[in-house]
Design a binder for this molecule. Sequence first.
Ligand code: TMP
Length: 237
Amino acid sequence: MKKTGELYAGKAKTVHTTEDPDLLVLEFRDDTSAFDGERVEQLARKGRVNNQFNGYVMEKLQAAGVATHFVKQLSPNESLVRNLQMIPVECVVRNRAAGSLCRRLGIAEGQELTPPVFEFFLKNDALHDPMINDSHIATFGWASEHEVQQMKDLTLQVNSVLQALFANGGMILVDYKLEFGRFKDKIVLGDEFSPDGCRLWDAQTLEKMDKDRFRQNLGNVIESYENVGQRIGIQFE
Ligand code: TMP
């Protein structure tokens, strides 16, 4: 599928149009951002690693019955996806306390969360992705009540699939963020799933293996992403 133009450049991916209006090419770049784009660095191989990681996870989710935008990988750092009308909210599920939950509520990092916590955030870097709830989504018309319910159900369905996948590789899925969009009136998982948008800890040592390595200057960021991928069965090109 040939790229026909650049539609949008995000912090870590560039979206290209194709000859088919229903299909886009996602190009995963080496740019790595944190703190809502306040810090950006290029990490060698990151685009390739996240593209292949995302393709592998999206295929697992599709096999488990979760509709995703993923069509196929086109090259080490590009994938073909369906052109969704994106909903500007981020869906976060937390199985253990970390990150902003600890800062907001004074909870100790690592506390097990049963049942898992579900949160919505508004996708808006300038406002630092503020937390929102169903009422804001309804009032401002970001999604319908039915779509809100579908996003919650799908995000929790993803949790059971991916907790098991990472547990088999000796890791804990601490938390993650998903984004959804509409494709022909159906709610479909979009964006990406990679160690950029989730937290993963080694189940034995609790070592951080995700983007917190970048946020907290722990080093070996991409080596750690590759290690996570290899543990769940990915053979990187
Ligand atoms: P938080 O602890 O910063 O709220 O993030 C929770 C999880 O969601 C963590 O795995 C990072 C991910 N996330 C993003 O990737 N991008 C975002 O904009 C937000 C709000 C969270």
